[in-house]
Design a protein around this ligand. Sequence first.
Ligand code: NAD
Length: 483
Amino acid sequence: MTTESRRRITVAQGDGIGPEIMEATLRILAEAGADLEIERIKVGAQVFDQGITSGIEPKAWDSLRRTKVLLKAPITTPQGGGFKSVNVTIRKTFGLYANIRPCISYSPFIPTQHPGMDLVIVRENEEDLYGGIEHRQTQDVFQTLKLITRPGSERIIRYAFEYARRYHRHKVTSFTKDNIMKLSDGTFHKIFDEVAAEYPEIEAEHWIIDIGTAKLATAPEQFDVLVLPNLYGDILSDVAAEITGSVGLAGSANIGDEIAMFEAIHGSAPPLAGHNIANPSGLLMGAVLMLVHLGLGSVATRVHNAWLCTIEDGIHTPDIYTDGVSTKKVGTDAFADAVIERLGRTPERLLAAHYPASEEPIIVKLKERPIEIKTLEGIDIFLEYRGDVNQLGQQIEAHLNPNLTLVMISNRGQKVYPNGAAETFCVDHWRCRFQARVPGATITTADLIDQLNRLDAAGLPFIKTEGLYAFDGVPGYSLSQGQ
Ligand code: NAD
């Protein structure tokens, strides 16, 4: 998009504080001269209450496909039960794989211990634990599936490096827990190293997530662009936004190849709803990212600079109000009025924004990868069982397929048979690993099915199985602790 003419967008006002901060934001955009044709849709709790389980009214999909841009206020998602997250549904349905979350300090106007902080979190937005694939398997055990894919990881990591290149950022950092999750997080790390090598002008570093988080919380100035798997990115962007002064300050862009969604990073803050005290800045910053995406760079610059002037003048909502620093405590509407009054001004001490009139979207291309030779090496059969593991082991050994052997039994990942430690605490969920009786011999799916039938006949029905495969000879499964 190259000219500043009328743009069509879809708007969802969300739940909780959503309607208040959305109206404040739209008022600022209109006064700034953003020529927007707005289609309003309903998503969230109100739609769910009508019996629509996705939480998205059917005509909303058409609007999104038409405008390809959604400005969305936060939505309430029930905790521990109830309907699925509407945010996750929208992100996944439209392949909004990149979640861009800039977190910047506005010192000395918003007190923070980290005045030099200016980082961008690039969060993978579609996979990891957010598939919501969950099962209760036994009396004791509940499972959520964590899926990390090669294309998903490569896409977000390439996006982060392209983003760094475009915006002249000098470093990209990744955090994972690949000392424990060697296959899933290990793949993310491996692809990070692979892609980083293609951008020699950009510094690349990787930290284990625990120490990385500690560093982010205590020395965020050290970071520039952070690329993270979904869950880590979700958590750390709240941490990063909060240490700039308030979680209410950061906006975010959810980018796909076709469609994009812009929002605040915070939630619907139900206790603040209806009190006209919520900070609309996060959604406004999301809207600024939207204006840039729409090719309305000069309006984005006007809005952003007016907002910076408001912050500089000490006109603050309660979440960022500090005695001696702020000059006036205002509510949502008055904050929006203050931004509108300052349209056309540029900040004196904070770094002024300057967006290009238009810019091309970042499009990433994935590397072609050869198909590796996949060979079947065995099966992990999960059983529900209450009793002594040595008796379980002996019972299984008495019902083995002739081509298979029982390599081990583990409980919550710890090997407990053969030769387990008497001290290991066990629940009712046992992973029994079967591999070829003669090492290297071929085994077939028929052998595995026969093994399942034998266990079933012995009163040990399976609750789940996982195939053990090697790819080009490299095992695609972890060993057990103690194996
Ligand atoms: P929250 O972000 O709504 O609130 C966390 C804290 O930050 C609260 O103290 C709140 O008062 C404060 N806060 C948040 N936004 C603020 C603002 N604009 N101005 C001033 N203070 C602000 O997080 P939560 O309480 O954990 O979640 C509430 C609901 O929001 C949940 O249902 C959650 O699932 C949902 N949520 C939605 C989104 C989204 O729509 N993208 C994101 C996160 C959480």
